[in-house]
Write a protein that binds this ligand. Structure first.
Ligand code: ADP
Ligand code: MG
Length: 280
């Protein structure tokens, strides 16, 4: 590949809305044989809707809402914005006191209040012994390891997600779903999209390990939007971030889609392939 031809390709990609970083990125993009996708915020819009909101018997709902609200202010995950918007629709109890909050990407939030209570708000994985949660719970709130509330969330596929998977299929490019979301949600999305290979409930470190293994098999691109995807994005043969993604994802990626438009992946790959063909 002559530098001039690659530069022309980079320019064409940029006009399309596909920003390319790094010398050999166009070549590697053209040679991709597998595309791995994050789900929430990547294949889905990230505009999640709260379905069921369940509060433990005997708990004060307005106080529970306030705790969830305050905790989510510390997160930039799409889930946080969705839950915040939902909670604003009814009255919240006044804050009982300050919370010290920390976020674990791919899992959720932990907090302590000023009298030493511990709260966990996040995925319902590895529940404390004896704790039962509703079957459709996507996010649970535990207080001192006891169930306090849960929310179910629905997210919609992005426009063009199905067409994308179809076009990749036709081009002989394998598709894989790699998500932190729970198994049932991941399988449902994959089925709707026609993706056959699914890894669910993956922490950021597991996404990284998975991408390392997949990249060792064949040239693999990873497409993601979150902090939880950043390590995997930098480990893949090509990391691709959505323009609306988190700063960490944008930093880690070699390709950035300037619009959150999934058809840019198919169009961009075609341009990359053409760029190489004309110069061979
Ligand atoms: P994905 O890989 O689909 O983008 P994540 O890895 O970001 O998903 O998140 C996995 C799961 O962790 C979510 O489905 C949710 O249950 C939980 N989670 C992550 N961030 C938050 C948050 N800010 N508030 C509550 N739960 C969260
Ligand atoms: Mg995501």
């Amino acid at each position: 590949a002559t530098p001039t031809a690659v530069m022309v390709g980079v320019g064409r990609l940029a006009r399309l809305g596909v920003l390319v970083r790094g010398g050999s990125t166009v070549e590697r993009f053209a040679g991709i044989e597998r595309m791995v996708f994050d789900k929430t915020g990547t294949l889905t819009t990230g505009d999640l809707r709260v379905g069921d909101f369940t509060v433990a018997e005997g708990a004060n709902e307005a106080e529970v809402r306030r705790i969830i609200y305050d905790m989510e202010q510390f997160s930039s995950h799409p889930i946080a914005a969705s839950i915040t918007a939902f909670l604003k629709t009814t009255s919240l109890a006044p804050a009982a006191g300050p919370l010290t909050v920390s976020e674990t990407p791919g899992l959720g939030l932990n907090a302590t209040d000023n009298v030493g209570n511990h709260y966990y708000l996040g995925a319902a994985r590895k529940l404390p012994a004896g704790v039962n949660v509703p079957a459709n719970a996507d996010v649970i709130l535990l207080k001192n390891d006891e169930f306090l509330a849960s929310l179910s969330l629905a997210d919609d596929l992005r426009k063009g997600a199905r067409t994308l998977v179809q076009s990749l299929d036709e081009a002989g490019i394998e598709t894989t779903l790699l998500t932190g979301d729970r198994r049932a949600k991941a399988d449902a999305a994959a089925k709707e999209l026609g993706i056959k290979s699914v890894y669910a409930e993956q922490l950021p470190s597991q996404k990284l390990e998975r991408i390392a293994a997949l990249s060792a098999e064949k040239p693999t691109a990873m497409v993601g939007d979150g902090i939880n995807d950043a390590a995997a994005l930098s480990r893949a043969d090509i990391g691709i971030s959505l323009g609306g993604g988190s700063a960490a994802a944008l930093d880690a990626a070699q390709i950035v889609l300037l619009r959150d438009d999934l058809s840019l992946l198919t169009e961009g790959r075609k341009v990359a392939a053409l760029t190489l063909r004309t110069i061979k």
